[in-house]
Structures are given as C-alpha cells and as structure tokens.
Design a protein around this ligand. Structure first.
Ligand SMILES: Cc1ncc(COP(=O)(O)O)c(C=O)c1O
Length: 325
C-alpha cells in the first residue's frame, strides 16, 4: 500500500514552498488517490470530504446566483435536499424525467446512472445534446460499469463512501473533470473554502480501488441471484433490477410494492420489512450474514437490555457499545 502521510505542513525547499506545504492546498496521499481515480475515469479527479460536499462544491464553483440546475427527478434524494438548501443563495433547480430530454433553459444538467434507489438509467444522448455542462453522478455504476466522460459528461460525481470505498469505513466524495481548467477552478475553490478530504479517507479510497473490479463483479453476481430469488417469491410484485425483470407471481401478492417512495407503501407495511442494517452500497458483509465482529457486537448489545441499549444508541451494528450506568 502507498504510505499514509498525515502531515499538516511540509518543509520548504530552498526557502520556497515545495509541491506540498500546507494540507488544505493538497497532500500526497490525496494526490495519489486522485491520480488512481482519475486514471480509472479518464479525467482529473478531485476529492472532497463526502459525496454531498463534492456536489455542493461543484455547483457553487461552477454556477452563479440566478442559474438553474436541471436535476433528474430520480436522483439521490439528498441531492435535491442540498439544492433546495442552496436556493437561499440564488441557485434554482427544476426536476425532470431523466429518461427523456432535460429542460432547454437549464444552466447545468445533473443526471444519475443508475439512480439511487429507483435504478432508472438516463437518456445519455439527450443529456449530452443539451448545451449546458453535464454532470453524471455515477456512484452506483463506478468506473467499472460507466465512464461518464466517455458519455460526453463534463463532470463525473461519486459518493466514494459507497462502492469505491467498499468497506463502509470512510466518508468521501469525488468530482472527475474532463477539462483541466475546470479542475483548476474547482481545486482553487476547494482550497479557499477548505472543503478538503483528509489523508486517512484518501488512503482508504486507495485501498478500496485496488479491489474495486473484483468486488463489483461479485456484487453483480450476488445482485443477479437476489433478483432471481425475489423474482420467484410469491410475495414480491416487482423487482427493480437493471438487467433482468422479475416475473410476476400468479398468487396474489400480500405486499403491493417494496418501493419506499411509493405513497401506497404505507407505514405499517413498511414496518413489516424491518430493515436491519443501514444500506452502505459496497460493504463487505452481506445483509443476511453479519461477519463475526458484527455478531459479537450484536450479542453485546442484546446483553445490555432495553433501557441501557437506548442509552448508548445501540441500534447501529457498526458501533461498539459500552455499558452505561
Ligand atoms: C448517488 C449518490 N450521490 C451522492 C450521495 C451523497 O454522498 P455522501 O453520503 O458520501 O455525502 C449519495 C449518498 O447516499 C448517493 O447515493
């Protein structure tokens, strides 16, 4: 593995700042991770402390007050929440169906492939034909399945917290730029605002990228098998899966839909699903089979009993609980 350099400052060279001198301007571990991601994507990568930070930095650096973003309606809901937050600063956004053309008068087009969680795939040609710069959030595709810059995007955006990291132990985001000048502008904005990813997270990304290809292959095999089994389950009406459509059951389904965005998926029905783990997209243990460390953590939590469990917030399997007295 590449070394992890946590220094905040580096010595001057012959009385002048060298390639690295103050961490906010850049650090060697981050630069190494950016090189690795940029090579996979075919552009200039810049890291940010989270996917949301990458999104915020990109639109703030690129757009002016009064500009309008055309945002895919199915995109990760946090993106629209963030854009709504920025409305106070004069940015506007309109949502559109990304399986068709974006509205003509937008100053930036933002699509996501496939969308999280509904898995719609944009009409890439229609988005690329729009005169405004095009952003593709390809968090769920990763460069293994989609290289947005080859689809005429100007920017690829990632929540590296997900598959790129792959071990649910980092929070990180990235923007990959087609154009070197745009990358420079974004880098300058990042330095000035201090929206900078730490060396530890960059190092974890480097680690994740080394196994990305094999992990994605395995995720795909697993997803295909889950889709097959769900497709055959009599209680499931619809399976959202990119390649293979689930078969409709002949028996009357007892649950209308598993889509939590569906207004007909009422609270009592949703509760029946009882999700156990928060989705991380890319963690090692499968949802059905916690690894031994998680099993131990769960046993420990159970042994705390109800009142104490709530006292330590122990519903997260990734949190180590201590007895609270
Ligand atoms: C598609 C997509 N984009 C962006 C984000 C935001 O990323 P982060 O949680 O790393 O800020 C997420 C998070 O779930 C996501 O799924």
């Amino acid at each position: 593995m590449e070394p992890l350099d946590r220094s905040a400052i580096w010595p001057y060279v012959d009385g002048e700042p060298g390639a690295y001198y103050y961490q906010r301007y850049g650090h060697p571990t981050g630069a190494e991770a950016e090189r690795a991601l940029g090579a996979l994507e075919g552009g200039s990568a810049l890291l940010f402390p989270s996917g949301a930070a990458a999104t915020a930095a990109l639109v703030l650096a690129l757009l002016e007050p009064g500009d309008t973003i055309a945002l895919a309606r199915d995109a990760y809901y946090g993106t629209s929440v963030l854009f709504r937050e920025l409305e106070r600063w004069g940015l506007q956004f309109v949502e559109f169906d990304q399986t068709g053309a974006p509205p003509g008068d937008a100053d930036l087009v933002w699509i996501e492939s496939p969308s999280n969680p509904l898995l719609t795939v944009p009409d890439f040609d229609a988005a690329a034909a729009h005169p405004a710069p095009l952003v593709i959030d390809s968090t769920a595709s990763t460069p293994i399945y989609l290289r947005p810059l080859e689809r005429d995007a100007d920017f690829a955006v990632h929540s590296a917290t997900k598959y790129l990291g792959g071990h649910h132990d980092l929070l990180l985001g990235a923007v990959v730029c087609r154009d070197a000048q745009a990358a420079e502008r974004l880098r300058e904005f990042r330095t000035r605002t201090g929206i900078v990813a730490a060396p530890d997270a960059a190092w974890l990304l480097l680690r994740g990228l080394k196994t990305l290809e094999v992990r994605m292959r395995r995720h795909t095999e697993t997803a295909k098998e889950i889709a097959r089994r769900l497709g055959e389950h009599p209680g499931v009406e619809r399976v959202r899966y990119l390649v293979r459509r689930g078969r409709r059951s002949r028996r009357r389904p007892h649950r209308r839909d598993l889509d939590p965005h569906d207004p007909e998926c009422h609270e009592p029905r949703r509760r029946r699903l009882r999700p156990r783990d928060p989705p991380s997209l890319g963690g090692r243990p499968s949802p059905g089979k916690p690894d031994p460390a998680e099993r131990r953590a769960r046993r420990r939590r159970r042994s705390l009993g109800r009142p104490r469990r709530s006292a330590c917030g122990g519903c997260n399997p990734h949190v180590t609980c201590h007895r609270v007295r």
